[in-house]
Ligand binder design. Structure first.
Ligand code: F0G
Length: 447
C-alpha cells in the first residue's frame, strides 16, 4: 500500500533536534536507560505513545478560545456532555481527567477484594487499578492472537469458550467482563463486532456487567467497517452500536478523543451513575468538569466529531500500515496484521541472542534511541513485571503529527540495528518501585 495522502496542511510547527550518537549515549546513561526519563528535546521521532500527543485541528484551537472556565455547569461542560452523548449514545456522562481516573472510580464502585474480572486484555493501568482493589484480573485473548506472525483478522477478540469456563469456575467472585477496544496490550488489534456482542451476551447471561474500555473505539470501528461490514454503513453508527452493548464504558480522550488530556465514563444506569459521580467529586472535581478545564472539554467535544471521519481514519490507519509494511519488507519480526495505533515489534525474536530475563524488548528500545533518537516503549517482562509470552516493542504513532520521511527514517534506523544486532546487550534492573515499574525503574546494561 502506498503512503496515504495527508488530508491536512501543516500550520503550526514544533522543532525536531537531532543529537549526535555520543550525546544520545550520554542521555541514555543519565536516564538510567529508562526512556521515560529522556527529555523530549533530545528525541528525534517520539513513538513512545499515541496518548495525548495528537496535533489539534484549527477548529479545536478556535474552540479553545471559547473555553468557559466557570467552576460549575459551564458552557464548555454543556458542549462536552452533548458531544459525548452524541458519540456514545449513552444518557449519563461522568467526566474525569484521564482514563486511569475512570478505572480507579469504576474499580471502587464495582470491585471488592477477591473479586475476579475478565478481559480480552487489560491495559496496564486498568489491571493495576483493579488489582489495587484486591481483585484478580484474567486476560483471555483469542487463540488467534497466540501466533504473532500470522495475519489473522480481529486478533483483539476475547476467547469466548475460555470466558464461559472461567465465569463458571469463579461463580460469585466474577464481577464483570471488559473489552479493550482496540486491544493495546495485544498489538493494537481490533475486536470484531460479533465477538464483542458475544462477550456482552455471555456477561449478561451470568448477570454480570459488561464494560468497554473505549479509548481507541473509532480505530476499532474502522476495522469493523472495513473487514466485517465490508464498507457498508458508517463508522459513527458502528461506534454507537459498540457502546450500546456495554453497561458501562470509559474512555481516555487522549487517544481517539483527538485531545491532549481528559476522559469520561458513560452508562444508562442512573443509580450506578450516582455512585460514580460521588467518587468523581471526591477524586476529580465537580461533576461538570472532572479535573478538566473548560478549554480541554471544548477540544474533546470537537475531537469526538473529527475522529469519526472516514478520511481521517483511512489516513490514520494508512500511516500505521505503511510503517508496518516497510519494516516487514526488511524482515523485522512484527505482530501481523498491522493494528490501529502502533506497530509492534517482536523484540524477543529480533534480539533472540538476549535472554528473556535480560529484557530484550528494553534492549531494542534502548538501541532505537542510541542509533536514531527514536523513543518507543517496551511491552514485555519489564512493563508487565512477569514473564510474558512475548517481548514486544511498541512504535505508537501520534495522531496527525508525523509524515512519511519520519517513518522512512525509522525504517533506516531499524535496518542499521538489524544488520549488527549481536552488538546490543541486555539489561539489569538496579532499582524499581512496587507497582508499574517500567515508568520509573533504573537499569544498567549487562556486561
Ligand atoms: N486503557 C487503554 C487501552 C490505554 O491504552 C490507556 C492508556 C488507558 C486505558 C489509560 O488511559 O493514560 O488516559 O490514564 N494508554 C497509554 C498508552 C498510556 O501509551 O498506551 P490514561
Amino acid at each position: 500500500m502506498p503512503y496515504p495522502f495527508e488530508p491536512y496542511k501543516i500550520k503550526v510547527l514544533g522543532p525536531i533536534k537531532t543529537l549526535s550518537k555520543a550525546e544520545r549515549l550520554k542521555a541514555l546513561r543519565e536516564a538510567r536507560y529508562n526512556l521515560f526519563k529522556i527529555p523530549s528535546e533530545k528525541i528525534t521521532v517520539d513513538l513512545l505513545t499515541d496518548s495525548g500527543t495528537s496535533a489539534l485541528s484549527q477548529e479545536q484551537w478556535s474552540q479553545i478560545m471559547l473555553g468557559d472556565e466557570t467552576y460549575a455547569s459551564s458552557k464548555s461542560w454543556e458542549r462536552f456532555e452533548v458531544a459525548v452523548k452524541n458519540f456514545t449514545g449513552k444518557k449519563e456522562v461522568i467526566p474525569v481527567h484521564q482514563g486511569r481516573a475512570a478505572e480507579k472510580i469504576i474499580a471502587e464502585v464495582l470491585l471488592e477484594k477477591n473479586d475476579a474480572a475478565f478481559s480480552n486484555s487489560f491495559f496496564d493501568t486498568t489491571r493495576a487499578n483493579f488489582e489495587h482493589r484486591g481483585a484478580t484480573c484474567f486476560d483471555i485473548p483469542t487463540e488467534k492472537s497466540a501466533d504473532l506472525s500470522k495475519p489473522k483478522l480481529f486478533k483483539g477478540d476475547i476467547d469466548a469458550k475460555k470466558l464461559k469456563k472461567l465465569l463458571s469456575r469463579y461463580g460469585k467472585r466474577a464481577k464483570f467482563v471488559l473489552m479493550t477496544l482496540t486491544n493495546n496490550t495485544g498489538g493494537g488489534q481490533p475486536a470484531s463486532l460479533k465477538n464483542t456482542e458475544l462477550a456482552g451476551n455471555i456477561a449478561a447471561k451470568k448477570g454480570l456487567k459488561f464494560i468497554i474500555d473505549a479509548c481507541r473505539i473509532a480505530e476499532n470501528a474502522y476495522f469493523i467497517w472495513l473487514y466485517e461490514q465490508k464498507r457498508k454503513g458508517n463508522i459513527k453508527s458502528i461506534i454507537r452500536k459498540l457502546f450500546s452493548l456495554s453497561d458501562v464504558a470509559f474512555m481516555s480522550t487522549k487517544k481517539d478523543g483527538l485531545a491532549n488530556s481528559g476522559g469520561f465514563i458513560v452508562t444508562n444506569d442512573r443509580s450506578l451513575a450516582a455512585k460514580l459521580r460521588e467518587l468523581t467529586v471526591l477524586y476529580e472535581g465537580f461533576v461538570t468538569y472532572g479535573g478538566m478545564t473548560g478549554r480541554e472539554m471544548e477540544t474533546i467535544a470537537r475531537g469526538l466529531e473529527e475522529v469519526v471521519s472516514p478520511t481521517y481514519l483511512e489516513h490514520r490507519i494508512g500511516q500505521i500500515v505503511y510503517l508496518h509494511n516497510e519494516l516487514a519488507k526488511i524482515d523485522i519480526p512484527l505482530i501481523h496484521p498491522p493494528g490501529g495505533h502502533a506497530v509492534y515489534v517482536d523484540a524477543g525474536k529480533l534480539f533472540a541472542h538476549i535472554p528473556q530475563n535480560e529484557f530484550p524488548g528494553q534492549a531494542l528500545a534502548a538501541a532505537l534511541y542510541q542509533e536514531g533518537g527514536i523513543r518507543s516503549v517496551e511491552i514485555g517482562s519489564l512493563m508487565l513485571g512477569k514473564t510474558p509470552k512475548s517481548e514486544l516493542v511498541r512504535l505508537a504513532v501520534p495522531r496527525r503529527t508525523y509524515t512519511r520521511p519520519h517513518f522512512d527514517y525509522v525504517v533506516d534506523v531499524f535496518k542499521k540495528i538489524a544488520a549488527n544486532k549481536k552488538q546490543y546487550k541486555g539489561f539489569k534492573i538496579t532499582w524499581q518501585p512496587s507497582t508499574l515499574r517500567h515508568f520509573t525503574c533504573k537499569l544498567k546494561p549487562v556486561n
